[in-house]
Design a protein around this ligand. Structure first.
Ligand SMILES: *[C@@H]1O[C@H](CO)[C@@H](O)[C@H](O)[C@H]1NC(C)=O
Length: 167
């Protein structure tokens, strides 16, 4: 979301199952937030909610989770001729309703986000276009015990967003 904002995207709606992450997104400038479930049956009604929250056609959707459901939601929510970028990659074989999305000429693109992204990222951090500090919710030392606690905190989710080590 912060990257999209840095690129000047005016209306960003964040979708998540976690109330806390949504409220952080809202504080950091999300135009709208939509809380969803993990249940596949809810895709139809949630897509409507997401579209309503944006208030106009959704041009671009990023799925950062990589579940059947999140990919299906992304494909269904995006406007005819829009673009879906799959950032989260869950499994080799995903079950999604591809045909309706293809019939609506939605483009699917992938990204390997670890490659060639650093120079622009560092520039955004250096010139203050993106402030990542609010995302850092926890800091740990680097002993065996602290490393275990850090991973547990991160895995638990809840109020943990970015969990950092002080080296
Ligand atoms: C995706 O859906 C298929 C079909 O229902 C299921 O077999 C598969 O386990 C699901 N994959 C994930 C990652 O949930």
């Amino acid at each position: 979301m912060l990257a999209a904002r840095a690129f000047g995207v005016p209306m960003i709606v964040i979708v998540d199952v976690d109330e806390n992450r949504l409220s952080v997104a809202k504080q950091l400038g999300a135009y709208g937030i939509v809380k969803v479930t993990t249940s596949l049956e809810d895709v139809g009604s949630e897509v409507e909610q997401i579209q309503k929250a944006v208030g106009s056609n959704i041009d671009v959707t990023f799925d950062c989770a990589g579940f059947n459901k999140t990919m299906s939601t992304a494909l269904a929510a995006t406007r005819c001729g829009g673009k879906v970028c799959f950032v989260g990659m869950g499994h080799v074989i995903m079950t999604v309703p591809l045909t309706p999305a293809a019939a609506r000429e939605v483009d699917v693109v992938g990204v390997f986000r670890y490659k060639n992204t650093w120079p622009l990222c560092l520039e955004f951090l250096t010139n203050g276009k993106i402030d990542v500090k609010p995302l850092i919710t926890h800091r740990f030392g680097f002993s065996q015990k602290e490393v275990e606690d850090a991973f547990e905190t991160s895995a638990r989710g809840s109020n943990a967003i970015k969990v950092m080590f002080n080296l």
